[in-house]
Write a protein that binds this ligand. Structure first.
Ligand code: ATP
Ligand code: MG
Length: 242
């Protein structure tokens, strides 16, 4: 009897030890998952605020150098570079404070997209046609921020890589989802092998942002065929969940 009790006591102790080990393992895994998610979030924020801004500023400075002494053109490029530096600084500060992107602080998504597209068009010289369809309504801040960031990166890519003559941006409000489509008529690329020279993160960040909201991102492109970026996310109303 005593021997049996001792045996089951030992079994219980072994089980408790195993349990504690599993719990510690789970905690470590949860912590690692949290660290990874936070690192990915920071990478997206840095890419979409600081890196995108620095790239745009560099482009303006290079264009200023290439104006062959035309003082007016140099001035215009420097003014654009200064404005972009200011905007990026504001955006980086807002991101650190976990505030919504500046264009969405000042306006709702359709107007914010029009403003971003117009600014992009001014700095690249490429016309953008913006259209908004359906019942436009305020959506959850995460939904609006995600679509704004996707639009900014799709436009940044069209400016950097596409050599496009024109771009179309469409925002479609449907019953359950809202869709953003950015289409350029530029050189396109092989989506299976995007060929970024310095480890591009824009497309990855776009996909992460959309997937986080259980949305869907589609890139339609082929060399010589232009590029279409479509993001569809649930149309969660503003203020409905935290
Ligand atoms: N609209 C486009 N037209 C042509 N090529 C594109 C377009 N968008 C993306 N690409 C190609 O896909 C690659 C990956 O794009 P991605 O946005 O991930 O990286 P990146 O723009 O090179 O760098 P980053 O976004 O990190 O500054 C680009 O380097 C480019 O070759
Ligand atoms: Mg990019």
């Amino acid at each position: 009897m005593i021997a049996e009790l001792e045996e089951s006591g030992a079994k219980l102790a072994a089980l408790a030890e195993e349990n504690a080990g599993l719990q510690a393992q789970l905690l470590t895994q949860a912590r690692e998952a949290g660290v990874l998610a936070e690192r990915q979030r920071l990478a997206r924020e840095i890419h979409d605020t600081i890196a995108q801004g620095l790239t745009a500023i560099l482009t303006q400075l290079e264009a200023a150098e290439g104006t062959a002494g035309d003082a007016g053109a140099v001035r215009a490029r420097l003014d654009a570079a200064r404005a972009m530096a200011k905007e990026s600084l504001t955006e980086a500060r807002r991101s650190v404070q976990a505030l919504r992107p500046a264009p969405l602080h000042e306006a709702q998504l359709p107007a914010a997209l029009r403003e971003v597209a117009a600014a992009w068009s001014r700095s690249t010289g490429v016309p953008v046609a913006v259209s908004v369809t359906g019942d436009s309504r305020p959506l959850h801040v995460e939904v609006e921020s995600t679509l704004l960031r996707v639009a900014q990166e799709a436009l940044a890519n069209a400016g950097k890589h596409a050599g496009a003559a024109r771009v179309g941006l469409t925002l479609s409000y449907m019953e359950d989802v809202v869709a953003l489509d950015v289409r350029d008529d530029g050189r396109g690329f092989d989506p299976a092998n995007p060929g970024a020279t310095d480890g591009g993160f824009g497309l990855v960040a776009m996909r992460q942002r959309v997937t986080r909201l259980a949305g869907d991102l589609t890139i339609e492109t082929a060399p010589g065929q232009g590029t279409g970026v479509s993001a569809t996310v649930p149309a969660i109303p503003a203020g409905s969940v935290s």
